[in-house]
Design a protein. Structure first.
Length: 158
């Protein structure tokens, strides 16, 4: 059995840390599957694994749920841009061009929904505050509804 050099050990540690950062999980099997899923989407000119790590790391997933949403966003973006590039090819019929544009629009809309789900999971979703207040006023009483603060001038001009 061969032992690893300190440099090789450092490389393995760096790789583990990088994969954890990129995938949001410490589980090596989940890391591997995540990166393989994304690597399949890499352009032909890219190093698939490096491209996958860069794509995932740019979203900074914090857990497996975020990692899955990030994978979906990368896939949706890749497919939408592919549809757009197909739509602008010269010599197509209007029907084919329109089909590609419609597919791209649907994919981009789905991307926006998944992005909103990621923001919501991270606690960045829209927050709505509803205040419920009750005022009871007896017969002959008066009430002021709204914010009341001290200050201003009195009737005597003080």
């Amino acid at each position: 059995m061969s032992s690893l050099t300190p440099s090789e050990k450092d490389d393995i540690t760096l790789k583990k840390n990088l994969y954890e950062l990129a995938t949001g999980t410490k589980l090596s099997g989940v890391q591997e599957q995540t990166l393989l899923n994304v690597a399949r989407l890499a352009p032909a000119t890219a190093n698939n694994l490096d491209w996958a790590v860069q794509q995932m790391a740019s979203y900074k997933p914090q857990d497996a749920h975020e990692s899955m949403l990030c994978q979906q966003m990368i896939a949706l973006n890749t497919m939408a841009l592919d549809c757009v590039s197909r739509a602008i090819v010269d010599g197509q019929t209007l029907y084919v061009r329109d089909m590609h544009i419609k597919h791209a629009a649907r994919l981009m809309g789905t991307f926006a929904k998944v992005s909103a789900a990621l923001d919501k999971h991270r606690g960045k979703g829209q927050t709505i505050v509803v205040k419920h207040q009750q005022v009871n006023v007896g017969n002959g009483g008066q009430a002021i509804v709204g914010d009341v603060s001290k200050g201003g001038c009195s009737e005597k001009g003080e």
